[in-house]
Design a protein around this ligand. Structure first.
Ligand code: NAD
Length: 290
């Protein structure tokens, strides 16, 4: 069995997979591969699958399967698996890190000191305590954020059409979540319903000065609409790990909009998560028979 590691996994993975067959990261071996390990970088399109005549299994290390053409894979009898549980804590901690960095003005504090400035009087902070966090999507990651936000003394509400009740978040209709949240954190997959759901119309329903955190998917927001809302102050700040493309096109309006805290899609990239993903990959290969 030839196992092709296409994207970045923990450095220990090749050794851990060696008992299952030949392990390679030589992408020119796609044609020989029986198993392909991908994360978010590789796009497993129909054209990509056509170059892999021996492929029987794709393992997507991580959650979202929006980079895999599952219909094309199914038509070829290729099984597609992911590692949905591994990444929840890693992504939730990044969402919390952004939610803490923005009101505590950590980036301005750090960069101004690097520039030799002492902005003690200018850098006014605000607290998470007592604020309302609205979660859009309260699955595995949203639930980890809910627990952490509650521990900070936030009121946690959520909109999720598939979750009627939640142990931490109070479920509300979307418009109520939009209208009452001081912070909004986006944790949905990218679907026909969620694509572009944060747009001029939904932003107009939000509290003025809302802070939006996006560790879900870039295309859940309409970038132009959000950039305009940041410029007007309707949205006070946007913390994002996710983009229309990895990396974003230089013309992406959010790269130059005010009050944007940016990360290069590192939500799943904690050392611990890469090890957990490795554990799940090994477990999948143990049960998979070619
Ligand atoms: P999950 O499936 O456990 O939860 C997603 C939730 O979104 C579900 O409860 C679902 O009911 C809800 N949902 C679906 N459609 C919705 C809609 N229209 N409105 C509101 N809620 C809706 O998945 P998860 O593990 O929590 O991951 C969520 C997303 O986070 C993934 O799909 C992926 O896009 C993203 N993600 C990002 C990173 C990163 O590196 N930043 C890493 C992992 C996952």
């Amino acid at each position: 069995m030839v196992i092709l590691i296409c994207d970045a996994f923990d450095a220990s993975l090749p050794q851990r997979l060696a008992p299952f067959g030949e392990v390679t990261d030589d992408l020119s071996r796609l044609g020989d591969a029986h198993v392909a390990l991908i994360r978010s970088k590789t796009r497993a399109t129909a054209e990509w699958l056509a170059q892999a005549p021996n492929l029987k299994l794709i393992i997507r290390g991580g959650v979202g399967l929006d980079n895999v053409d599952r219909a094309a894979a199914q038509a070829r009898g290729i099984e597609v698996r992911n590692t949905p549980r591994a990444s929840s804590v890693a992504v939730a901690e990044l969402a919390m890190a952004m939610m803490l960095a923005i009101p505590n003005r950590l980036i301005e504090a750090h960069t101004s000191m690097k520039e030799g400035k002492w902005l003690k009087k200018d850098l006014k902070r605000t607290e998470l305590f007592g604020k309302t966090l609205g979660l859009i999507g309260v699955g595995l990651i949203g639930s980890e954020v809910a627990k952490r936000a509650a521990a900070f003394g936030m009121t946690v509400i959520a909109y999720d059409p598939f979750v009627p009740q939640h142990p931490v978040a109070t479920m509300k209709p979307l418009d109520e979540v939009l209208a009452t949240s001081d912070y909004l954190s986006l944790h949905t997959p990218l679907t026909d319903e969620t694509r572009g759901m944060i747009n001029a119309a939904s932003i107009a329903k939000m509290k003025k000065g809302v802070i939006i955190i996006n560790t879900g998917r870039g295309k859940v927001v309409v970038e132009e609409d959000l950039a305009a809302a940041l410029a007007s102050g309707q949205v006070a700040a946007y913390g994002t790990d996710v983009w229309y493309s990895d990396p974003p096109d230089p013309s992406c309006p959010l790269l130059t909009a005010p009050n944007v805290l940016m990360a290069p899609h590192i939500g799943a990239s904690s050392r611990e998560n890469l090890l957990r993903i490795g554990d799940e990959v090994v477990a999948i290969l143990k049960e998979f028979k070619i």
